[in-house]
Design a protein around this ligand. Structure first.
Ligand SMILES: [Zn+2]
Length: 563
């Protein structure tokens, strides 16, 4: 059930005004005067820097902070706008005023303004959209998997920080990551230190961008060197993910060991501050001994509840999320009684959890939630898999947009969800992230409208119609074994677009992964699926560079390597 307060505040008013600036150089601006509130805090200052970076990386126009410049854009904070919402209006005295309810609302208002503006080679034309908008779902997170030397682990840190800011512009409000204990021999392990140095910096910067941050942890999983006598009993069925350090939480000495481990990890994030903590059951996790099983109704709940006071002592406002990932084996209804057991446990005591997260691999969604409801009537979050579905290596062929697929999945729960956290392995699913950010903002929005808005913003408003057709073809050719003749049409449209883009858009990584996907699909169609030839080799090498995947785990992340 969505919080009724959120429903009441879910006001979305859309007012379309006629453009105040046209699309010729005569109407566009070569400079923009940015006005930010006096005594603006570091977050508003940072939003001003995001605004500047975004415009200057897309066209030759310059952003200035003073001077007699005709086009003025004013950023403001204003009470009275719904939570995390914004209003964009004509500014008294000329130009545009973007007002946010709080800093995050301002960030989203800047995102909306930037997306409907126009970037020609030599000038900037401000967006004509006017109105007020606010999000319906309170939890609009992205889960960044930080492992296998994927993009999040390997990209230069400033590039990653900018990427997170860019996600904020689309409406996300939370970054979730996982400290992978199974990769390390304790906190003193140099690899753990390196990981912590990087991601504490990244999360601190995310806070400075106005976003919230959180950890998603497997409460029963130890370090690589965990005592062997502490190991869990292997869980039955296909719950995937086991790096061999799942521990049995029913033994008191193991519980003490795990709580001490989590205390030390939480202390590492004390200066960062945590806004969310998510308990993860399987794929990592689980113990099937007689005292822990069924894990999702007993062992998991016991260790998670024990951990809550340790979390709240350090981060009093931190919200907790209980994930139910893999409670059921796919296509089997609740064989182990985990959902029923969880529901009973939540009737007795649900004060320790704020949200319940449910989802499944591929097209699966837990039947219990669809047919019976959410245990404890907690706010429901989804965990859509936007990265790995139907393609291997993940992202290895460029962009993998699937608007129709995700609209179908979202339709099952959109009227009861409080938001969610898509699972991300990198940047190749950037379009899918935008689609979910907009679903969480307005659950009834259409995925293809987001694709058009994305294409107009990132590439060109003139090409958005063609690119929607390209994305539809990509989705129809998603399965690598069934690339059809339409791949030729997608390549033709992508080539036409390529020739029409500004130099900034044409060389941006977001365009390159779309263009390379069109090229790779055309090559694979013509070569009847054979991975061979110089064009494919060069394409895969360019993708590897874009993803910073040179040292990535080869199976999941790295594009095919051709000799
Ligand atoms: Zn056990």
């Amino acid at each position: 059930m969505r919080n009724p307060k959120t429903l009441l505040s879910a006001v979305v008013i859309l007012i379309f005004a006629s453009p105040t600036f046209g699309t010729s150089s005569a109407d566009g601006a070569k400079s923009v005067l940015l006005l930010i509130p006096r005594h603006a805090g570091p977050v508003v200052e940072n939003i001003g820097q995001v605004f500047t970076r975004q415009i200057q990386q897309r066209c030759d126009a310059k952003i200035v902070m003073s001077g007699n410049v005709p086009l003025r854009v004013e950023l403001a904070l204003e009470k009275g706008i719904p939570a995390e919402g914004y209003r964009i209006e004509d500014r008294q005295g000329g130009g545009v005023r973007i007002a946010g309810n709080g800093e995050r609302g301002l960030l989203y208002g800047v995102g909306k303004f930037l997306r409907n503006s126009r970037y020609d080679q030599g000038w900037f034309t401000p967006g004509a959209w006017r109105g007020t908008s606010a999000p319906k779902c309170p939890v609009r997170a992205i889960y960044m998997a930080t492992h296998f030397m994927n993009y999040y682990e390997a990209a230069p840190i400033e590039e990653l920080n900018h990427y997170i800011e860019d996600l904020g512009l689309w409406g996300f409000n939370t970054i979730l990551i996982h400290f992978p204990t199974w990769q390390f021999n304790g906190l003193a392990d140099p690899a753990a230190r390196k990981w912590l140095d990087r991601f504490k910096t990244v999360l601190t910067r995310a806070h400075k961008s106005g976003l919230q941050v959180g950890l998603l942890q497997v409460p029963g999983e130890g370090y690589q060197n965990a005592p062997r006598e502490f190991l869990a009993t292997k869980v039955p069925g296909n719950r995937r993910g086991n790096f061999g350090v799942n521990l049995c939480v029913s033994k008191p000495e193991v519980c003490a060991h795990l709580l001490a481990m989590h205390d030390a990890i939480l202390d590492q994030f004390k200066n960062v501050g945590l806004d969310y903590f998510c308990f993860w059951p399987y794929d990592e996790g689980g113990c099937a001994c007689k005292d822990c099983w069924p894990w999702g109704a007993r062992g998991l709940l016991r260790i998670s509840k024990e951990l809550v006071p340790h979390i709240r002592a350090r981060f009093p406002a931190c919200k907790t999320i209980l994930s139910t990932w893999c409670f059921e084996n796919e296509n089997e209804a609740n064989p182990d009684g985990e959902w029923v057991g969880l529901a009973k446990a939540m009737v007795q005591d649900k004060g320790w959890a704020d949200y319940l997260m449910a989802d499944g691999h591929d097209d699966y969604f837990p039947k219990y939630v669809l047919e019976t409801g959410v245990p404890g009537e907690l706010g429901l979050l989804n965990f859509p898999e936007i990265s790995m579905f139907g393609m291997s290596p993940w992202g290895g062929y460029g962009a993998n947009p699937a608007p129709a697929h995700f609209e179908k999945l979202w339709a099952r729960i959109k009227h009861k969800a409080s938001g969610g956290a898509p699972y991300s392995e990198g940047v190749f699913e950037d379009i899918n992230k935008a689609i979910y950010a907009q679903f969480y903002w307005n659950p009834d929005c259409r995925a293809e409208d987001t694709v058009k808005e994305y294409a107009a913003f990132e590439f060109s408003p003139d090409s958005a119609g063609d690119l929607l057709e390209v994305i539809r073809i990509f989705e129809s050719n998603h399965s690598r074994g069934r690339i059809g003749q339409s791949a030729l049409r997608a390549f033709e449209l992508a080539s036409k677009t390529d020739a029409a883009l500004t130099s900034q858009a044409r060389t941006s990584w977001r365009w390159r992964i779309v263009h390379l996907r069109a090229l790779i699909d055309k090559e694979l169609f013509e070569r009847k699926g054979r991975l061979e030839g110089g064009t494919l080799k060069a394409s895969f090498e360019e993708l590897t560079r874009i993803y910073h995947a040179e040292s990535a785990h080869s199976m999941p992340i790295k594009p095919p390597q051709l000799k």
